[in-house]
Ligand binder design. Structure first.
Ligand SMILES: [Zn+2]
Length: 66
């Protein structure tokens, strides 16, 4: 059996707060990308992993507030 790992990143626009996802990329802090909903140019200021979220109790509070 073969197993494949997919990296799926979720982005939230600072302007309109819409979410979108993109797989098989490797974003870095400081990267800039356009929101597909409103066209705002966003800059990645932090990349939070699932493990970081669990440690910071994102499972107990709204993720946007972590
Ligand atoms: Zn937007």
């Amino acid at each position: 059996m073969k197993v494949a790992l997919e990296f799926l990143y979720h982005f939230r626009c600072d302007n309109c707060r819409a979410w979108w996802s993109q797989a098989d990329i490797e974003p870095k802090e400081g990267d800039r990308l356009y929101c597909p909903s409103c066209g705002e140019l966003n800059t990645i200021d932090r990349i939070q992993t699932f493990r970081d979220s669990a440690r910071n109790s994102c499972l107990k509070v709204v993720p946007d507030q972590c």
